[in-house]
Design a protein. Structure first.
Length: 587
């Protein structure tokens, strides 16, 4: 299958790469670039029917949010309701086909009109949504988007601050469209989704494909290739909405961080010899499972050397300036000797996971949390988290699901029944959606039902860290975190011998960078040499404890006022990468 063909548009220099690399179609029209834009602080737009022709006074560069400098606006104050508009014409080659309008992500609640007709509504800031706009099209078309992002504590928001100013470990907000918007033409018969479940032990993969429109003559052809060589090919009947087939791959090449082999799979949906849809997907032959207190990757012990990555950029906030930015972050992570990241309090753009798949980096995928526990926050979370799991299921780099962090949005989970029940329900549902990956229920403390017990430790004292971790085996039920003094296990939920990971520690800043709102954990290091020495002492105190299965250092790069990264916010190294890499590889 050829590289996706994008029609020329104003988006040629604004995130021009195909936005959904695990489900690729050749023909598409990128709608990134300059849109009309307006704040609606009085929430008058719906009442005044702005979607029917009101003149907007501003311009914005999509997919960057108005808070970012790359949007052309750079206003970080709170505006909870915003509007977008742009016009487009369809290429002549799209005539006679169904047209899908796709939004990579809009934070948080979106309504979409095409030529004045409401075509979609979506709630949730981290997942793709699509709508068929064929019946609303004209020779010249106008799309209008209303985005609503309330500064509330019961909406999944992660590190986006709900107050006017960024402070502490809470950063600038990201309101509205923050991933690519695009059109693609499809036939009435077309594929809707793909799912790959590798079976490493038996060298086979189960493939499931969703189909929209079919009859008794519809067939689906699959061709598996790796390194340009065809490894398997089959054609199956496609009489229903979902088709499943198992394929055996002889001499299967496994996916690991050091050898990230990927199989490409070409899907052709046919009827009576006519190809109606052609999609290119990919997967990695990879297993991840828990064996006692060990984590096994492809049935081999895997020691996790992770770093905290929060997915922020100095000029783009939530949106990377370019696809190359994702690649550079991952290459920097690997150069520092880490084999993975904990993507913290943010579900990332699919392009990021694609580069992790291709370059070889393990990922803990963590949901952005609310801050209060109530009926609204539970409903918001329960609606969006399953979408996150389904959308990102096929990425071999993702090896752990993390629905909650440090009891955010599940207040009282340490000793109260209702939040404990809610966490248990979410974990059970996650395992039903994906039985192939471990789940960390509540990263850091107060675990209810978890496959990995992870701890957050910011004392900065290497001796104390080692002493605390030495007590894990007999005492973890009562083990308090060194800094937060919160037990590792919630009341009534004993430790069951799971692997233990120190999933936050360190956070060392350079003293020269601190002062005023700028901060790190503990006292700042006087220079790069002291930072490296302290990193070595802390990391080795963790690594020499045989009860521990891995670590995650805080953090990869500075973000706004939190200046405890190994890199600056604009991604310049503060230390020599090879020194940190040597420590990590020794672990």
């Amino acid at each position: 299958m050829a590289v996706p063909r994008r029609e020329a548009s104003q988006a040629d220099r604004v995130r021009p790469e195909y936005p959904r690399p695990e489900f690729v179609r050749e023909d598409w029209l990128n709608l990134n670039g300059t849109w009309e834009f307006e704040f609606d602080d009085d929430n008058a737009g719906l009442h005044e029917r702005w979607h029917e022709g009101k003149a907007f006074s501003r311009r914005i560069v999509v997919p960057f949010t108005f808070e970012s400098r790359l949007s052309g606006i750079g206003d970080t104050s709170i505006h909870e309701v915003v509007w977008y508009r742009r016009t487009f014409k369809l290429p002549s080659t799209y005539q006679g086909r169904r047209i899908l309008l796709n939004f990579g992500a809009v934070d948080y609640k979106a309504a979409v009109w095409v030529n004045g007709e409401l075509v979609a509504e979506h709630r949730g800031g981290y997942t793709l949504f699509s709508c068929d706009i064929t019946e609303s099209l004209r020779p010249e078309n106008t799309v209008v988007v209303r985005a609503e992002d309330r500064a509330t504590r019961d909406q999944p928001r992660g590190k986006q601050h709900f107050e006017p100013e960024s402070k502490g470990c809470h950063y600038s907000r990201a309101t509205g469209i923050w991933q690519t918007v695009w059109l693609e033409p499809v036939a009435p018969f077309h594929l809707t989704h793909l799912r790959f479940i590798p079976d490493v032990a038996h060298s086979r993969v189960k493939v499931t494909a969703g189909v929209s429109g079919h009859n008794d003559n519809t067939t689906l052809k699959l061709r598996f290739t790796i390194d340009g060589e065809v490894k398997a090919e089959t054609t199956v009947a496609a009489p229903g909405d979902e088709i499943s087939v198992e394929i055996r791959l002889s001499d299967a090449k496994l996916w690991t961080p050091d050898d990230p082999n990927l199989y490409n799979v070409l899907f052709e949906l046919q009827e009576d010899g006519t190809i109606f849809d052609r999609v290119l997907g990919y997967f990695g032959m990879r297993s991840i499972r828990i064996d006692g207190n060990r984590i096994l990757l492809n049935d081999e012990p895997c020691y996790l050397r992770l770093v905290l990555d929060q997915g922020y950029w100095q000029d783009g906030i939530y949106t990377a300036p370019s696809d190359e930015s994702y690649k550079r972050d991952i290459e920097a992570t690997r150069a520092l000797g880490f084999n993975g990241v904990r993507k913290h309090q943010k579900v990332e753009d699919p392009r990021y996971y694609y580069w992790c798949d291709r370059l070889g980096l393990l990922v803990w995928c963590e949901m952005a949390n609310a801050y209060d526990f109530n009926e609204v926050s539970m409903a918001n979370f329960a609606a969006e988290w399953p979408q996150v799991v389904k959308q990102n299921f096929n990425h071999p780099s993702i090896v752990t699901w993390v629905p909650f962090n440090e009891s955010w949005g599940i207040n009282g989970v340490q000793d109260k029944d209702r939040p404990q029940e809610f966490v248990g329900q979410i974990v059970a549902f996650t395992r039903q959606l994906d039985p192939t990956r471990p789940v960390v229920d509540n990263s850091g403390w107060s675990h209810v039902d978890t496959d990995i017990v992870d701890l957050h430790e910011y004392s900065g004292d290497a001796g104390l860290v080692f002493h605390t971790l030495s007590e894990i085996a007999p005492e973890i039920d009562r083990l308090p975190q060194c800094t937060h003094k919160i037990p590792a296990m919630a009341d009534g939920f004993p430790y069951r011998g799971q692997p233990v990971v120190v999933s936050e520690y360190g956070g060392i800043a350079l003293a020269r960078d601190t002062g005023g709102p700028a901060w790190g954990y503990g006292n700042g290091a006087k220079d790069a040499s002291e930072l490296v020495r302290r990193y070595r002492d802390l990391t080795e105190s963790i690594a020499r404890n045989k009860a521990v299965a891995g670590f995650c250092y805080t953090q990869l790069y500075d973000i706004e006022q939190e200046v405890n990264g190994l890199l600056t916010y604009d991604r310049e190294l503060k230390i020599r990468a090879e020194e940190i890499a040597a420590i990590n590889q020794g672990a």
